[in-house]
Design a protein around this ligand. Structure first.
Ligand code: UD1
Length: 379
């Protein structure tokens, strides 16, 4: 084994993690390092997990923790309990965590407590994003993970300012760009070769794609009804396609809002390639997802974000994203849709720096350059 060989433990747990770990694992392998994959099992449905492994060519996880769904505390605790022995056994030089889900924070926390024994360091991919909304579980996960990480790999140039303002040393921050766009660029030719749009009976640029799963939008019956009503208003003039997240489906049933889906084309959760094809062909995307705000910016497709704020403001200043007026109302959603389409038709914004398909290579370079060589307490 060459002395510059790195042993890197990479964690994935929920749907938005899979498209981030795929290129990182590939880049590690290409550079001759060892990437070991842990799947926490936070997401477990075939449509939320297996499909992505297959489509993105991700190897089978070396360890599967099988934690499943529970309250935040129980899910986090289960991940921590199951992850600790894996980490101790594998004893990597780096733990790489991505994004902002419970699996990200829980595994970083376990590693941070084992640092002095293991001499291992933690890298956070997608560091420095902030919504400044403490009601979001993701914001809590982001802030804690960034505080624990030794290497903060930022996706856009604005993220460093957030970290510096929190007292993170500049030497620990490294701008690598957006690793999700690596996957988008690899998969785009495959998505374009599918007939996803036509098979759904749609015409390119003559439909709106929508996604909805944030607790703030779907866990409260009035909020959920307002968004569905907004989608129905949009559907009066153009088809609206809604692949339904399991959380949203459960709540629509629980709140007896099923009839509000009638004007919409409702689908099961889509795989990566189909969703990319649907997004690329859309006139506009209405979403409360974080990743889709970035994907629409990379594709130049108008996007309306159905949230009070975004932790990805670069998609507004250097992209195609527009915030729907808050609080969300059906009319507000309708007018934001019209405004975003008109704005992007006038001028296609440039793609942010580092969203070029090579972020994973820069991540590996950063791991190599800042390789942990000594006891954490002395570093
Ligand atoms: C999680 C992440 C969120 C991310 C989202 C993407 C946290 C705190 N939240 O939210 O940041 O944007 O993933 O999807 O980590 N369910 C299934 N099958 C599955 C997974 C979930 O049916 O494979 C159901 C669960 O039973 C539960 C609901 O979906 O009722 C929510 O799942 P959970 O993982 O708790 O959170 P998400 O809303 O998916």
């Amino acid at each position: 084994m060459p002395t510059d060989h790195l042993k890197v433990l990479v964690v994935a747990g929920a749907r938005p993690n899979f498209m981030k770990v795929a290129p990182i694992l590939r880049a590690l392998e290409a550079a001759g390092h060892e990437g070991i994959l842990v799947h926490t099992g936070q997401h477990y449905d075939a449509a939320m997990s297996d499909t992505f492994f297959r489509e993105l060519g991700i190897k089978n996880p070396d360890y599967h923790l099988g934690v499943g769904t529970a309250s935040h505390a129980v899910q986090t605790a289960r991940i921590m309990e199951a992850f600790e022995p894996v980490l101790t056994k594998v004893h990597p030089q780096w733990l790489v965590v991505v994004g902002d889900v419970n699996s990200t924070m829980a595994t970083a926390l376990v590693a941070s407590k084992l640092r002095t024994e293991t001499h291992m360091h933690i890298a956070h991919v997608e560091a420095g994003l902030r919504s400044y909304d403490w009601r979001m579980p993701e914001e809590i996960n982001r802030v804690i993970t960034d505080r624990l990480a030794d290497l903060l790999l930022t996706p856009s140039e604005d993220a460093a300012g957030n970290l510096l303002a929190e007292g993170i040393p500049e030497a620990n921050i490294c701008f690598v760009g957006n690793v999700m766009i690596d996957t988008l660029m690899t998969q785009l030719p495959i998505a374009r070769a599918t007939n996803t749009v036509e098979e759904l009976g749609l015409r390119r640029r003559h439909y709106v794609a929508a996604t909805l799963h944030r607790p703030s939008n779907v866990d409260d019956p009035e909020a959920l009804a307002a968004v569905l009503q907004g989608l129905a208003l949009v559907a009066e003039s153009t088809a609206v396609v809604l692949p339904l997240h399991p959380r949203t489906l459960k709540n629509i049933e629980r709140f007896h809002l099923g009839p509000m889906l009638t004007p919409l084309t409702v689908l099961e959760p889509l795989g990566y390639t189909e969703m990319l094809a649907l997004t690329e062909g859309a006139e506009c995307v209405l979403t409360d997802s974080g990743g889709i705000q970035e994907e629409t910016t990379a594709l130049g497709v108008p996007c309306v974000t159905l949230r009070e704020q975004t932790e990805r403001p670069i998609t507004i200043t250097e992209g195609t994203n527009h915030m729907a007026p808050w609080p969300l109302t059906p009319r507000g959603i309708l007018s934001a849709y019209a405004d975003s389409v008109a704005a992007v038709a006038q001028a296609t914004p440039p793609r942010p720096a580092g969203w070029d398909g090579h972020a994973s290579e820069r991540i590996v370079k950063a791991l190599e350059d800042k390789r942990p060589v000594k006891d954490y307490s002395a570093s």
